[in-house]
Design a protein around this ligand. Sequence first.
Ligand code: PLP
Length: 315
Amino acid sequence: MTQLLPAMPSVDDCYFDQRRYPDGVAFMDGQYLPMSEAKISVLDWGFLHSDATYDTVHVWNGRFFRLDLHLDRFFGGVERLRMKLPYDREQIESILTNCVALSGHRSAYVEMICTRGSSPTFSRDPRQAENRFMAFAVPFGSVANKEQLERGLHVAISETIRIPPKSIDPSIKNYHWLDLVKGLFDAYDRGAETALILDTNGHIAEGPGFNVFVVKDGSLRTPAFGVLPGITRRTVFDLCAEIGLSATAADISRAEIKEADEVFITSTAGGIMPVTRIDDAVIATGRVGFVTRRLMDIYWQRHDDPAWSTAVIYP
Ligand code: PLP
């Protein structure tokens, strides 16, 4: 018979190949596992229908940053999706801590996930699915690399519209990313490094894994509508209140963002990250602005402050 399939790697070649996975520790079905062994069923609604919620918190210098806020957002999403977690808040906090401690990472990207799960009968009724919780800790990752953090990112504004909040509540952190991924491809096609996409009214919304801020005449503004209320975005509001800067959540037009004095994006994956070019427009002088630098400095300083961070106890 004609060979239709390419030669398949043997189980030994691929199944336990740690090099294909980031170095880290996952928690699943009551067990801690290396990342290479953390697998979910293809029948899980989380995979088949993006029926899941999650949260990502980071650990920096051996301390979780604002873990309580991430847990609040995660538990809020789980409740609104009518899912049930098999663990309480305290247990989840210790699972996350154990993942980090067992991984040994001092700077980590830590994700907690609840999926709808699957039902033993493959029922189409989501109420019959058994919800699943999993978590993992892998090395810290950032939207912007070191060089981009120094010179500022080049961002393209895609015509793609973010999924409307009346369809999917953006305050439930979710994996509905096809719009964001399309935005990324649009950006790469135009020689940019990442993307911003629009809300249903044609204003700036957010990008793949980040919120955005503009600074104009000393005041800050970030989109209010149709975006995930990011914890880093919230942290920028808190820092602005502390240092006496005005920050508001309100619409930002495509013209306004290009005429800003400074632009930056915010994410747990990288913190506060400068943007110095949008499409073909250079933002102000094309250098990372004073307000952005100041906020970046204070943001990272707060990571050692016990009022904002919690120590991981390593073995
Ligand atoms: N917007 C989206 C769509 C995201 O996925 C994320 C983070 O993953 C953010 C914004 C930033 O949120 P946070 O600051 O909580 O990481």
